[in-house]
Ligand binder design. Structure first.
Ligand SMILES: Nc1nc2c(ncn2[C@@H]2O[C@H](COP(=O)(O)OP(=O)(O)O)[C@@H](O)[C@H]2O)c(=O)[nH]1
Ligand SMILES: [Mg+2]
Length: 368
């Protein structure tokens, strides 16, 4: 889908001090641009029945950086009527306090009202994966991103297991390998039998893209350990692509040299190019103290988010589709899962035709 937009203002003029909140969003000068980007996004996402799966996008970042608000902003950007609180925001607890690790997933049906067939992504709000490069944290992240957790399986069980038996045991349990160590039965430890499972686990919800979110506040240190853990995983799992998002563009302007420096450092630490980065303003009371957006949308906030989403939804060579599938050792091979059946049917039909033909010949000979 082409990008026919002729800008009379910049998509990234998100540094305007004043956000225009119109009761009727159609009067907003960004409205048409929003519609166009939305259309582009849907086109890239594709429809049910095209052999594709919706993308799975994880959102990670330090507590309070605006992850949940960012998700709500994406959902508002996808919507036509108003902002809603789908992901609970402002729940990050007191600074310095350990936050429990939690995962919350949002499928299209949870955040999108229109009844259309577009394959909008599933999002994963990852809470509490703080700035920690301890090997167990990295392993936990990798388990989540590689989709090794079953639906409803608790993260704290993995942590407890790791604390009891060590990181290698966790690795082997979730990624396969040989673990023959004798494990003493522990009170309150669930699924003990599972601990002897040594084959590679199935993937339940493999993540395709990761949004690393951070505040643009130059006074906050960048969570370099978290970056390292995430980039470690994405360097290994080549089909997971990283994107960087700096929030609070309303407070921290790009004309501030320190903000610009932070942006450069952020992008360098994640090793991402410009097209995989966005500075955004989230829907939040700072933007509109009256929270008019409970009844409307703010296209100027949606546009930068939709531009990023359009990039995110653009298919990559490693995306799982009907032509390729990922093997257990991470390679992509042509997806022949249905072909053997088709091949068998064709061979069978040919065989039957051949037998009929031979019988026919026999009959001819006998008649003669
Ligand atoms: N001014 C401003 N505040 C924001 C922005 N994004 C989030 N916030 C505020 O930051 C606080 C934490 O946001 P939240 O989404 O809960 O962060 P999380 O812990 O990463 O999920 C909330 O009070 C939000 O209103 C933004 O872009 N601009
Ligand atoms: Mg949150």
């Amino acid at each position: 889908m082409g990008d026919s937009w002729n800008p009379s203002f910049s998509d990234s003029d998100s540094d305007d001090n004043q956000i225009y909140v119109a009761r009727d969003p159609r009067k907003d000068k960004h409205f048409d641009r929003k519609q166009e980007l939305l259309w582009n996004c849907k086109g890239k996402a594709g429809k049910v029945g095209q052999g594709k799966q919706p993308l799975v996008i994880a959102v990670i970042g330090p507590p309070g950086c605006g992850k949940s608000s960012f998700l709500n902003t994406i959902f508002a950007a996808f919507s036509h009527d108003h902002w809603s609180e789908h992901a609970k925001y402002g729940e990050f607890g007191r600074r310095g306090k350990q936050v429990t690790r939690r995962l919350k997933s949002f499928q299209k049906k949870d955040y999108y009202k229109d009844r259309d067939e577009y394959l909008l992504p599933t999002f994963l709000d990852m809470t509490g994966f703080e700035d920690d490069d301890a090997p167990l944290n990295t392993e936990l992240l990798s388990i989540v991103l590689c989709g090794k957790l079953k639906e409803g399986e608790e993260l704290h069980n993995v942590i407890e297991y790791g604390q009891h038996f060590g990181v290698n045991a966790v690795k082997e349990k979730y990624f396969g390998g040989k673990y023959f160590g004798k494990i003493p039965k522990q009170e309150g430890m669930p699924n003990l039998l599972d601990y002897f499972v040594i084959e590679n686990r199935e993937e339940y919800l493999r993540v395709n893209r990761v949004f690393v979110v951070c505040s643009a506040n130059p006074d906050q240190p960048l969570p370099v350990n978290l970056f390292e853990a995430v980039t470690d995983i994405t360097n290994r799992e080549r089909d997971i692509t990283l994107y960087g998002v700096l929030t609070q563009a309303d407070k921290y302007k790009s004309r501030d040299q320190r903000v610009l420096k932070r942006k450069r450092e952020f992008m360098r630490a994640l090793g991402i190019p410009k097209n995989r980065f966005a500075r955004i303003k989230n829907y939040c009371p700072d933007i509109d103290p009256n929270m008019t957006y409970e009844d409307t949308i703010i296209p100027s906030l949606d546009v930068p988010v939709l531009r990023l989403m359009r990039q995110v939804l653009t298919a990559e060579p490693t995306d799982q589709d009907y032509t390729h599938r990922r093997t257990k050792n991470g390679k992509y091979v042509p997806n022949l899962s249905k072909s053997p059946v088709v091949t068998c049917i064709i061979v069978f039909v040919l065989f039957v035709l051949f037998v009929l033909f031979v019988l026919f010949l026999f009959r001819l000979i006998l008649i003669k």
